[in-house]
Every structure is written in C-alpha cells, then in structure tokens.
Design a protein around this ligand. Structure first.
Ligand SMILES: CC(C)(COP(=O)(O)OP(=O)(O)OC[C@H]1O[C@@H](n2cnc3c(N)ncnc32)[C@H](O)[C@@H]1OP(=O)(O)O)[C@@H](O)C(=O)NCCC(=O)NCCS
Length: 157
C-alpha cells in the first residue's frame, strides 16, 4: 500500500497476510489496551479477530500501530485503533484510519462505523467522523461507547 512521510522516514501501512503479521497487531493491542489502559484481556481479545482484517503501521519494519476492520452487509466496523505510546501525535492513527477508508472504498463498502469512548469523540470528529443522525438505523449500539460513522467517499486530505 502507500507510504507517507512521518518521523522523517516513511510509515508503511499493510494488511496482515500471515499469522506472524496478525501477531504484530495483537502485540500492539496488548501493549496499548491490555497493558496501558487495563482493558480486561477477554474484552480486548473478544473472539472476533479471526475473519477480521488487521492493518499494521510499521516504521523501519517494526510495528508501531494497528487497527482492526470487521465487515458487515452495509458498513465496516473500525475497531481497536492503537499506536504505541512513543510514536503518538505523528498522524499514525490518522494514517491507519485513512487506510481503512481506502480499503472500504475498494470493497465497495459505503460506510465506516466505530464505537468509541466518550473521551475520544473529539479525536474522531477531528478526522471527519460524526455521530449518526436518526436517519442511520440498524447500527449496533454498545454500552459505554458512542457510535461514530464516516461515509466512505474519496479522501479530502
Ligand atoms: C488514539 C490513538 C490511536 C491516536 O494515535 P496517534 O497516532 O497519536 O493519533 P494522530 O497522530 O493521528 O492524532 C493525534 C492528534 O489527536 C489528538 N488526540 C489524541 N487523543 C485524543 C482524544 N482522546 N481526544 C481528542 N483528541 C485526541 C492529539 O492531541 C493530536 O492532536 P494535535 O495533532 O492537534 O496535536 C492513540 O492515542 C492510542 O493508541 N491511544 C490508546 C489506544 C486507544 O485509546 N484507542 C482508542 C482509539 S480512540
């Protein structure tokens, strides 16, 4: 896929094709969610990883960020976005989400969906995500999270 400048060297985002690649995504998530944010293990690794698409951001061949996509009939669910602490604030999260959008576009999927914590709404809004209006129905709701959506249209970046 594409490479964009960050850190003075390119961060490359790739889909996990092999078990070894998926392990990189799981390692990032274990560090960020399980280690840093104390998300319970069985909540983080919820049984939906098999069959999902995992994207990994790498700097110098080392994984530094990851995100998971799950595919539904009329939307794709973007989940488990995580960037290692030391590498944050350099648009790696934004780059991962842009690759989700590009991938959804290639699959003919019209909408991205995310269930985010209230404290993170600002992050997603800054990247063009919105709370769905009444017109958008049938999206899964989750307890303490807030639904955010983004139509899959050509990038404005
Ligand atoms: C959320 C996360 C993925 C962002 O990754 P990142 O690569 O640092 O994000 P980006 O560089 O694309 O964006 C950074 C910008 O978002 C802002 N931001 C980060 N978290 C934010 C939040 N919760 N609310 C509002 N803004 C936030 C930063 O201040 C920064 O703004 P600036 O450019 O004006 O300085 C990263 O902080 C992370 O892994 N957190 C732990 C895991 C987590 O909480 N994941 C849930 C996803 S919301």
């Amino acid at each position: 896929m594409t490479a964009r400048p960050a850190f003075g060297r390119p961060v490359v985002v790739l889909p996990a094709m092999r078990m070894e690649d998926a392990l990189q995504a799981f390692a990032i998530r274990a560090a960020c969610f399980f280690g840093e944010l104390a998300v319970p293990f069985h909540e983080e690794f919820d049984g939906h990883d098999d069959g999902a698409t995992h994207l990994i951001a790498c700097l110098d061949d080392e994984p530094i960020g990851a995100v998971r996509m799950r595919w539904f009939k009329s939307f794709a669910m973007t989940e488990r976005l995580a960037v290692l602490k030391h590498f944050r604030g350099r648009r790696v999260g934004q780059q991962l989400l842009e690759h989700c959008r590009e991938l959804a576009q290639r699959h003919g999927c019209p909408l991205l969906y995310a269930a985010v914590l209230p404290a993170d709404i600002g992050y997603w809004e800054n990247l063009g995500w919105r709370r769905p209006g009444d017109a958008v129905r049938g999206l899964p709701a989750r307890g303490r999270t807030v639904t955010m959506i983004k139509p899959v249209v050509a990038s404005t970046n």
